[in-house]
Write a protein that binds this ligand. Structure first.
Ligand code: B12
Ligand code: SF4
Length: 489
């Protein structure tokens, strides 16, 4: 029997710069695994290094009297900071087990577990595995036979059998009320003035070959019942006066009936929420007309769609199972029903040709024409491990990290890949610039209204960019250089 009762959970910083986003999000991965631990009476300390300046000292201090340290991480900078925290804990002479969970360790459990600062990796859904592990530790028992973990002992790596993914409805509510100063996570943005993040499902049934979901949740999708969602939303409303929800589900609209019932009940209960959630483009064309009415009446502000590419062949290679036409049709359907739609596109896939990128720009422009504004976000392809696109990237010269330390140096955000140079990046940014000003969004227009100089800038940029969009002429980008110069001045 171990007298200690404390569990420390760390959500490491997710960017080398001060913050990743203008917004601050509740770290749902650690909040989710904390729920059953709180319910069993453990003293859970959650540290979010994205909001706590002195996070490292705090982790070490809280670990002094703890049973275990749990760390969550995605591929990317979080690994760097997670290793930094673990090293600090060991450096202070503390030998409590350090357990890693989240997408990166779940995709590469063996490699992760071989790091000196990893006592075990919890693969996939973490609630039950962590609870069982902590129960064992608190009883002073060995945990190495529990399902769903991978660990390395004396040079030998062992992966225990998978744990069955549990129905998430059986888990206690995410304890937002146990977060320190939860008001820090309220954001003032388009969907509302007190917006918080929430997740109503886990996994995704699709099979996209660049994404972590099919690897970790094996194309299973588990969702809260409508009543559970409603009860959670009411709880957030009464706890924090929340009036907007950003759903962090990988895909929210898998089941039309469920989405509709949630919205119907929100309307019946007079709940005033703005919200936005991820959708797959082909789903929208299949919804009944009155489903859109209910979604809108319940405050749906925008469908967020991962379109990825406008090239049929690229969409095929990544097994996105959508067509460029689905992307444009989704814009038509959403616009017809008066609901915004926002897309995310990616350029720079391994082996992608200039003409395929051109097809993406064409689709971006077509959807901008349909909705009347540029409503997309452009990203450069960022490889993450364990899928066919990553393997292709390695064939094309990407250095595949061979250890957790090497992953800590791996860049997931800069578009810094062997086949992307400054010329490539500039060309893409230039094309985006022409769409941003050729189809100015409400946001661009609002910014323009802030001063005469801005207004002048936006008017000139819009006139030149719309002309380019009209004639499809992208050569001699003198205007781009000039306007960019003006903007930085
Ligand atoms: C929100 C989010 C972000 C936010 C995070 C901010 C925040 N405070 O939450 C930001 C914008 C920073 C972000 C960035 C990126 N993200 Co992101 N993000 C997400 C998203 C949409 C939601 C995460 C979430 O809250 N999930 C809900 C929680 C409850 O679920 P969970 O994470 O699966 O947690 C469970 C298990 O993993 C496990 N678990 C998790 N942590 C722990 C810890 C312990 C100790 C244990 C035992 C278990 C455990 O148990 C949990 C409960 O079952 C996910 C997709 C998704 N729906 O999960 C992508 C996702 C995690 N992101 C992903 C990617 C690719 C990125 C980026 C690389 C994108 C990019 N190119 O820039 C960057 C990473 C770089 C960086 N800067 O860190 C991938 C992960 C890929 C990978 N190999 O890690 C995902 C899965 C998207 C996808 N479908 O591919 N992201
Ligand atoms: S639809 Fe989105 S979340 Fe689902 S597998 Fe494809 S990219 Fe991943």
């Amino acid at each position: 029997m171990n007298k200690k009762n404390r569990v420390v959970l760390l959500y490491p910083r997710n960017h080398f710069k001060k913050s990743y986003h203008p917004w601050t999000w509740v770290p749902l991965p650690t909040l989710a695994v904390s729920a059953p631990l709180f319910a069993e009476g453990y003293d859970v300390v959650m540290i979010d290094a994205n909001v706590e300046p002195d996070w490292e000292r705090r982790v070490v201090d809280e670990c002094r009297d703890a049973l275990v340290l749990g760390i969550s991480c995605m591929t990317g900078p979080q690994i760097h900071f997670a290793l930094e925290a673990a090293a600090a804990v060991r450096g202070a002479g503390l030998d409590l087990p350090i357990i890693w969970g989240g997408y990166h360790p779940s995709i590469l459990p063996e490699q992760t577990s071989r790091n000196q600062y990893v006592d075990a990796v919890v693969r996939g859904q973490g609630e039950l595995t962590l609870l069982e592990l902590v129960n064992r530790l608190s009883q002073g028992e060995d945990f190495t036979d529990i399902e769903g973990i991978t660990f390395t002992r004396d040079g030998e790596t062992v992966s225990n059998p998978d744990r069955r993914v549990a129905d998430i409805n059986t888990f206690p509510r995410l304890p937002y009320d146990r977060i320190e100063r939860p008001e820090r996570y309220l954001n003032n943005m388009h969907v509302g003035s007190r917006v918080i993040n929430y997740v109503s499902s886990q996994g995704c049934p699709a099979r996209c070959q660049f994404c972590a979901e099919p690897l970790v949740y094996r194309r299973r999708w588990k969702a809260y019942t409508p009543d559970r969602v409603l009860s959670d939303l009411e709880f957030l409303e009464s706890l924090l006066g929340v009036n907007g929800i950003m759903y962090f589900d990988s895909t929210y609209f898998v089941n039309e009936r469920r989405a509709r019932e949630i919205s119907q009940k929100m309307v019946e209960r007079g709940m005033k929420f703005g919200w936005a959630a991820n959708a797959r483009a082909p789903q929208l064309g299949k919804f009944a007309d009155d489903t859109f009415d209910v979604l809108k009446a319940s405050g749906l502000w925008a469908f967020l769609v991962g379109a990825e590419s406008g090239s049929e062949s690229q969409l095929g290679t990544m097994q996105k199972d959508i067509t460029p036409e689905d992307i444009v049709e989704a814009a038509r359907v959403a616009t017809r029903h008066g609901i915004k739609i926002s897309y995310s596109f990616i350029v720079g896939f391994p082996g992608e040709t200039d003409s395929e990128i051109e097809e993406t720009w064409d689709v971006m422009e077509r959807v901008s024409q349909v909705v009347g504004e540029y409503n997309s976000q452009l990203h450069f392809y960022a490889p993450t491990p364990g899928n066919a696109l990553f393997d292709r990237a390695v064939e094309l010269g990407l250095n595949s990290p061979g250890s957790l330390e090497e992953w800590a140096q791996f860049s997931t955000v800069s578009g810094d890949l062997p086949w992307m140079d400054d010329r490539f990046r500039n060309r893409q940014k230039q094309r985006e610039f022409y769409l941003v000003y050729g189809y100015p969004s409400e946001w661009v227009r609002r910014r323009a209204a802030r001063s005469t100089a801005r207004k002048l800038y936006v008017n000139v940029a819009s006139a030149l960019s719309s002309a380019r969009c009209r004639y499809h002429y992208w050569g001699l980008p003198l205007d781009w250089w000039l306007l960019r110069g003006m903007r930085s001045a």
